[in-house]
Design a binder for this molecule. Structure first.
Ligand code: FMN
Length: 191
């Protein structure tokens, strides 16, 4: 089974992120290849990066970092669900990323963004160079949700449409392909 970690980036009081994550978690059930774990950064509650050594050294001193390292090392692929804050991505996501290095490497990541007219595309463009610094492979087919509140009903449930479902499936099928490519690559480099 392909170990997929779905990361919910927003952590603020009254956040909408979990509604979007719930939609994707439901949609992912159609894929028998995945064992999916939801990593909610609000629940994981990492402090601001407090390790004394560069993450490349993996010399972690804090229990929360060791735990985060173990969780991310166990992943084969990721989906990040992120809002756009001031044209960027939330500090909580950058913080969670910065804690580690090797654990992210050579793994594919699909990006799901939401916002107003921009659909979070500006934050996705800023996130890409950060992820490539970690040697992650960003899936071209992002899911970008414009005016996302119109998809959230009175029960706070995200009700997607055909077009959003199609873009999610396109991203997921690429994620699977890139996982295969990167597995071959990693096996070759191990020789
Ligand atoms: C600090 C902050 C900055 C925001 N900046 C943007 C922005 O640049 N672009 C945008 O489309 N929406 C922006 N919004 C509106 C968000 O899209 C909206 O509040 C959304 O619910 C945020 O996601 P969350 O509820 O999961 O935190 C901003 C919201 C906050 C709280």
């Amino acid at each position: 089974m392909l170990q997929l970690k779905l990361i919910t980036a927003s952590t603020r009081e009254g956040r909408k992120g979990p509604a979007i994550s719930a939609w994707l978690l439901e949609l992912l059930k159609q894929y028998k290849v995945f064992e999916t774990e939801h990593l909610d950064l609000k629940v994981i509650n990492l402090p601001f990066m407090d390790e004394p050594h560069h993450p490349k050294l993996a010399k972690y001193t804090h229990e929360h970092t060791k735990q985060w390292s173990k969780t991310i090392a166990a992943a084969d692929a990721f989906i990040f669900i992120t809002p756009e804050y001031n044209y960027g991505f939330p500090a909580t996501l950058k913080n969670a990323i910065d804690y580690l290095f090797q654990e992210w490497q050579y793994k594919p990541v699909g990006l799901v963004s939401y916002g107003g007219i921009s659909a979070g595309t500006r934050c996705v463009q800023l996130l890409k160079p950060v992820l490539t610094a970690l040697k992650m492979v960003v899936i071209t087919e992002s899911v970008n949700i414009p005016f996302f509140t119109k998809y959230i009903n009175e029960e706070e449930k995200f009700v997607s449409d055909e077009s959003l479902n199609r873009s999610a499936h396109a991203m997921i099928s690429e994620l699977i392909k890139w996982h295969e490519v990167l597995t071959t690559f990693k096996n070759r480099s191990a020789h």
